[in-house]
Design a protein around this ligand. Structure first.
Ligand code: VGL
Ligand code: ZN
Length: 208
């Protein structure tokens, strides 16, 4: 079975000090760097918002980051301004070995709708092209790691399974926002329940 490594949103804004920092988020970078050489094909997603994306709390008078509203009929968590196209915060983590990345997929580019998954926007209205890209390379299995476990990693893994890909989540290669304590563990449980395998990076290396 042809396997690709998928690095989800390993971007400065999700690292400690970033606009939407994930606690210990920088811990996923050495895991990504260590795994990349074992894979023939490495894809990285990038959250890539226009400056006035409607997921930003700033765009909603009277709302603060992390409050919930509705956007085009969908429940929407409002986030701090993050991953603005071309801004340093949207760049890949500086310690990430970007030379090992074969293909980048950008998401969240439509100001009117958020896109947690690297496959589709949150309304499943528009595909990013990731599934076609993977099928074009005859990839059937994805090893997934990155940020954030309980947001973009979760939705990406669930869509991948739904699209017929086998998925292995790298447990030590992900960290969550944990807006509510336990969200990260619940997300891992949900990915597993949806059919993902969960393994540590060392186990993944032994198997590839
Ligand atoms: C993400 C919140 C908003 C993520 C992206 O990459 O997990 N989270 N945009
Ligand atoms: Zn975002």
């Amino acid at each position: 079975m042809r396997t690709a490594l998928l690095l989800v949103d390993i971007q400065n804004d999700f690292l400690p000090g970033g606009a939407l920092a994930v606690a210990d988020g920088d811990a996923v970078v050495p895991v990504a760097n260590r795994l990349m050489p074992y894979f023939e094909h490495v894809v990285a997603s990038q959250d890539w918002h226009p400056p006035r994306h409607l997921s930003f709390a700033d765009e909603h008078a009277g709302f603060e980051p992390f409050q919930v509203t509705e956007l085009d009929g969908l429940e929407q968590i409002l986030w701090p301004v993050h991953c603005v196209q071309g801004a340093p915060g949207a760049g890949f983590a500086s310690a990430l070995d970007v030379a090992g990345i074969d293909h980048v997929v950008r998401k969240g580019t439509d100001a009117r709708i958020d896109s947690y998954s690297a496959f589709f926007d949150n309304g499943h209205r528009q595909a990013t092209g990731l599934a076609d890209h993977l099928r074009g390379h005859e990839i059937e299995h994805l090893v997934v790691l990155g940020l954030a476990a309980d947001v973009c990693v979760k939705f990406t893994v669930i869509d991948a399974l739904d699209q017929g890909f086998a998925v292995t989540l790298v447990r030590d290669g992900t960290r969550g926002v944990d807006m509510q304590r336990g969200d990260t563990q619940a997300a891992i449980d949900a990915m597993q329940a949806a059919g993902a395998q969960v393994a540590d990076s060392e186990e993944v290396i032994v198997r590839v």
